[in-house]
Design a protein around this ligand. Structure first.
Ligand code: DX5
Ligand code: ZN
Length: 224
């Protein structure tokens, strides 16, 4: 079943943090749907980014839903603090959550939408048993850790299979794709069944981020 909404979620990782307020205003006024926030702990992934304090600050600066992508080990230790900081979506990696069902339930209990994330090497089948509980399934189209990487082409077929897993479970979860999303890669992901697109460098490195958001969205709508 094809997706019917298109959500563009610029990733803060690619923003100029010295101009945080202006960057957030630009994307909000420019039509972004969500703000994607990449939390990295230097253990689950080789990079360290930011924690709950930055999310709390973003909460005061934008009304966009905050889509928090936790690239951390033992995510269960941090769910409450991120929920309190203002996260709307909390997504945890299946590779870091052996008790995924329990953690998804905990995220919902905290009042957030519950997301599961799969790395490029992790089969989508790993979420099959919890598909009905998901509010969001995030398919990584790069190995997480850094912005500005190239899209892994086999992700398109994986998105197709992820859409099938969600449909088979009767799930209305959003299907998000993250990593290397550009004008060149977004349409194929949309056609494969993704509806939510993280875009870091594509949006924040663009001369006109608002125009870039519109262009990315149009590439989906155009051929829908
Ligand atoms: C990668 C992060 C992504 C990243 C995307 O580990 O999860 O969200 O910020 O950046 P781009 O769109 O530049 O590939
Ligand atoms: Zn991300």
């Amino acid at each position: 079943m094809a997706a019917s909404v298109v959500r563009i979620a610029p990733s803060l990782l690619a923003a100029d943090m010295g101009r945080l307020k202006e960057e957030l205003a630009t994307i909000e006024e420019g039509g972004a749907d969500w703000l994607h926030l990449d939390v990295m702990d230097g253990v689950f992934v080789p990079n360290i980014t930011f924690g709950a304090k930055v999310i709390e600050t973003c909460r005061t600066l934008t009304t966009l839903p905050l889509d928090v992508h936790l690239m951390v080990v033992e995510p269960e230790r941090h769910l409450e603090v991120f929920a309190r900081a203002g996260a709307n979506v909390l997504a945890i990696h299946v590779e870091a959550a052996p008790h995924l069902h329990r953690q998804l339930m905990r995220i919902k209990e905290l009042g957030c939408a519950a997301g599961a994330v799969v790395n490029p090497a992790t089969p989508v089948e790993s979420v099959r048993e919890v598909a009905a509980e998901l509010d969001l399934l995030l398919v990584m189209s790069v190995n997480p850790g850094f912005g500005g990487q190239s899209f892994i082409p086999s992700s398109v077929d994986k998105i197709r299979r992820a859409r099938a897993v969600l449909d088979a479970a009767g799930s209305r979860a959003s299907l998000e794709v993250d990593g290397g999303i550009t004008r060149e890669t977004i349409a194929a992901c949309w056609h494969a069944g993704a509806d939510t697109f993280v875009a870091g460098n594509a949006v924040f490195s663009a001369k006109d981020p608002a125009a870039e958001i519109a262009a990315l969205r149009a590439l989906c709508a155009e051929r829908a």
